[in-house]
Write a new protein. Sequence first.
Lengths: 391, 363
Amino acid sequence: MKIELSDDDAAFQLELREFFTNQVPDHLRVPSATSAEVGREAIVETQKILNAAGLAVPTWPEKWGGRGWSTLRLHIWHQEMQRAGVVPPFAQNVSMVGPVIAQFGSPEMQERFLPPTANMDIYWVQGFSEPEAGSDLASLRTTAVRDGDSWVVNGQKAWTTLAHYGDWIFCLVRTDPQAAKRQQGISFLLLDLTSPGITIRPTRLIDGCHEVSEVFFDQVRVPLDQLVGEENKGWDYAKFLLGNERIGVAPIEATKRWLAQAKELASRPVPGGTPLLDDPVLADRFVTLENELVALELTTLRVAAGSHDGKPDPASSVLKLRGTQLQQDVTEILADLGGAGSLASGVGDDSDIDPAIRDAVPRYLNFRKASIYGGSNEIQRQIIASSILGL
Amino acid sequence: MDFSLDNEQLAIRDAVRQLLSSPGRDAGRWAELADMGVLGLRIAPEHGGMGAGAVETMLVAQELGRANAAEPVIEVAITAAGLIAAAGTAGQQADLLPRIADGTLRVVLTANEPGASWRVRAHGVTAEATGADGWSLTGVKEPVVVGDTADLLLVTALAGEQTRVFVVDPSQQGVTRTGYETVDGRRAARIVLDGAAATQLGTEPDGLVALRTAIPFGVAAYAAEALGLMEVMLDITVEYLRSRRQFGAPLSAQQVLKHRAADMYVSLELARSTVQYAAMSLASTRSDPSAATRAKLQTSIAGRHVGQEAIQLHGGIGMTDEYVLGHYVKRLVALDHVAGDARHQRELLARSLTEHTTVDILA
């Protein structure tokens, strides 16, 4: 047992720290913003810089830009990126569709899609959930029927994150409604979002923002060669995709930045009073959250050190569950700190109220999503109970 | 960065586990722990010990927890021995440490005073010099864990303004010990010092440095003990959910109970991470001075959660004295009151809250 990094890993860490702080332009370093807040341009521009430096897709096969790093190094990479306020490579491209194509796609499909996916020349969005298929994903109803040289897709996806930024969408579609098990009739399909018959309709959320959309498919024709791997094997590919999310499953560095921001706000002088942080009840909350984050980061390091590639680690469920809880706790403390200023979400820049205070309640509301997406926290508890505890 | 145990560490863990799994808490087991080297873990080889590190200490303490073993290994062999090694003169070390290692001498640190818990500084016990090397101690220490059977006491006392540590023979006149049972069925004592003769441990006029060096090892060990207790409590709770049938089905068929067990697991694993961190940190030259405090805080929070849920998920059987669970819960509760509860650890951590922006493990 040893807490220090090896000399090699420490050098690796310094090298990345230097790159992220000095080679990524300041306007792309936004320590406290979410990917929805930074917008498409910054996401794309950042990923092109990272890709040129070989830092966008380290988990991929080396042939396609992967680096063959240990899981510890992947953790360091992810952490240093966030520490410098660099927007991480876009998960839909890098952690979701990319690895699926690299693992299951034909050589032609890999040639066609992987380089632009790594370089963010294609902005991917995920079409899994549907109005009737949330946690119970296998009940999805969107169909694809073979017709000559095309698949013809009909149906609807829901909760599609940043669909309005997207160029392409990867979808789970039902290709065999007669399959013995409903999981066996699903395929993994790639669609150009400019195809005729696709309509995107925003779903406004309680924070007032447009982050997710409904995507409707009406007789959309998709070339046959855009089906990944084998027909009716899509469920296996989706499970592979979800099992891939181990690095960065708990957004620790970002949560730490937000907590630091909250602590700084709480330390500021208060006209006619004392800083909020002088209140021991508030200080107690900060101490507890910092400690919980220490525990979570260490747990992430334990999982990183012990994980085996290609196999979903049920410990990921612990990280997702606790990671999102703490993320929500931190958005809550930020919302609490603003006092009356937290009412002013609509004030714009012409105000004395700090932007972090103005945005705190919308962000608090927005991040209620964190315990719902990516497998709700109830699903994570189910996985822990069955896969780890054997219940 | 490495969370794995080497073969030697695994061997220590397995040997201690096997020893502690044999029933009984007779005097023989103390001698067996000495034979195995456990009582000399923190003692240098030149004084008959193993000179082992914080990781080995953590493993042993975790096994003490798993077995809910009452032997005062942490009090004697970790905290007191560590303090003697940190502060004692060469003569004191050569005299005391070999006898701790071979199991013939039980020394404990007495710091608590009525109304003043877990403080490093002394308040109500004073020391007056009585000659070249002699001191006379007056005041009350309470509760002193293992205080009623200890062979020797290390007593914190105020010499003028400064806290120093003194060695006191409790069998002498001027020392009155009243032993009693603690909430976890173990023993403690009220110790009244009335002009008790004492010698200083070491020669430093300020004992706080040595105390602050030695105490974190004990705190980290208690956190590891709590972890061992919680491991077993979760295991037996899960087993109970599988075997107990109500409404014609095992309790584990109830999603609400499964999810609560899953939350217990999450608390346990996060606590485990901080316990390992404390051990690695204490073993490192780049030590995080608050690592033991962090582990104690996290195990304290987790301990409340796991203890309360373990009883609730068992139902009535969890309330009975004949079932093992309640005894684990009581020890876990007691650990909150040994070396500081969550509130106390938060108070310590709050002092440095504004000295850092974030807490970085891989800084």
